[in-house]
Design a protein around this ligand. Structure first.
Ligand code: NI
Length: 176
């Protein structure tokens, strides 16, 4: 297994639309395992392949408090959504240290292939519902900050660019 590099907003590659996975083979299982390792190492609850610059419809998540219930969603589809909406605070491994409220469907029913290539269907609510919708947005090139006001988005963009610049400078200094 290997840790993967997570793209940071506003990296334009985060706006790539992912393609369906054609076959759940060894390559996809390795991707899934690396994504899970990367997600746990970064202390995230979800990760979409888009965020590690692989543009195929793969999501990993674990919304359990014990961090022992990984879920793998390959070619996920939302087959039902509640009319009821819920407002919840979100964060994203591609937008570190930024949290803001986004309104989404309170419950969604998801159908996807698992790591073993079998079809699974489940209803998600609470954090899991937020996570599924957030990660599925990544697969169509959408980052949660796009739900925020243009002013907030611009502030976040500036902050992230500065953070990346500072880190690169530190790395150069360390290498010198
Ligand atoms: Ni995210």
């Amino acid at each position: 297994m290997a840790l993967l590099n997570i793209l940071r907003y506003p990296d334009p590659r985060l706006h790539t639309v992912a393609k369906a996975v054609a076959v759940v083979d060894e390559r996809i299982r390795r991707l899934v395992d690396d994504m899970l390792e990367t997600m746990y190492a970064a202390d995230g609850v979800g990760l979409a392949a888009t965020q590690v610059d692989v543009h195929e419809r793969v999501i990993v998540m674990d919304t359990s408090t014990e961090r022992d219930s990984p879920r793998v969603l390959i070619n996920p589809e939302i087959v039902a959504r509640s009319t009821e909406l819920a407002l919840a605070e979100e964060g994203c491994l591609s937008v570190p240290q930024i949290y803001d409220k986004v309104e989404r469907h309170a419950r969604v029913t998801v159908r996807a292939l698992g790591r073993d290539d079998t079809v699974q269907e489940f209803e998600a609510e609470g954090l899991a519902a937020v996570c599924v919708q957030h990660e599925m947005d990544h697969l169509v090139g959408k980052v949660f900050v796009e739900y925020l006001s243009p002013l907030k988005r611009e502030r976040i963009r500036t902050k992230m660019l500065k953070k990346t610049r500072d880190e690169q400078q530190q790395q150069r200094r360390a290498a010198a």
